[in-house]
Design a protein around this ligand. Structure first.
Ligand code: SF4
Length: 148
């Protein structure tokens, strides 16, 4: 079982109602059992939705209650992001996936680098909320950019 960000598999679950299909990911998981997840949808955010970014911190900070995820109009959507992260963690515990491939840069799925909270396309170091919670619980997360 491989757990994958649904948008990388072509699901139209992004904030703008679009997908981000990645041919490297689709061919990597071919022949494996795949579970597609979208943490923001599992956190009961709608499609489409306002884009959100983590302000003054990173996903681990959100998990630890030290900073917030805010939409572009500055609405605090942290509880949705945390709910989605918990749902994905439960799925990882249940299925014990051999790999977890999440979408780079996302405030939920990003791993290593995320958007910096200014909605300007700039990046900062850190993980998204779901990735941070998974890592905190001992799971290894990679992004589509780690596949060669
Ligand atoms: S990056 Fe993650 S949260 Fe965002 S649309 Fe893709 S799967 Fe959903």
């Amino acid at each position: 079982m491989i757990i994958v960000s649904a948008c990388l598999m072509g699901d139209k679950c992004r904030y703008d109602g679009e997908s981000k299909p990645c041919s490297k990911v689709i061919s990597f998981v071919s022949g494996h059992e795949v579970l597609k997840v979208c943490p923001e949808c599992l956190g009961l955010l709608p499609i489409p939705r306002e884009p959100s970014e983590i302000v003054n911190g990173d996903g681990l900070g959100v998990v630890n209650g030290e900073c917030k995820v805010r939409s572009r109009s500055f609405v605090d959507v942290s509880s949705h992001f945390l709910k989605g992260a918990e749902e994905v963690l439960n799925l990882c515990r249940k299925f014990e996936p051999s790999a977890i491939i999440l979408k780079s840069k996302s405030p939920s799925c990003g791993c290593g680098m995320i958007y910096d909270g200014t909605f300007s396309g700039k990046l900062k170091k850190g993980d998204g909320v779901t990735t941070a919670l998974l890592k905190k619980n001992g799971f290894l997360v990679i992004t589509e950019q780690d596949l060669v």
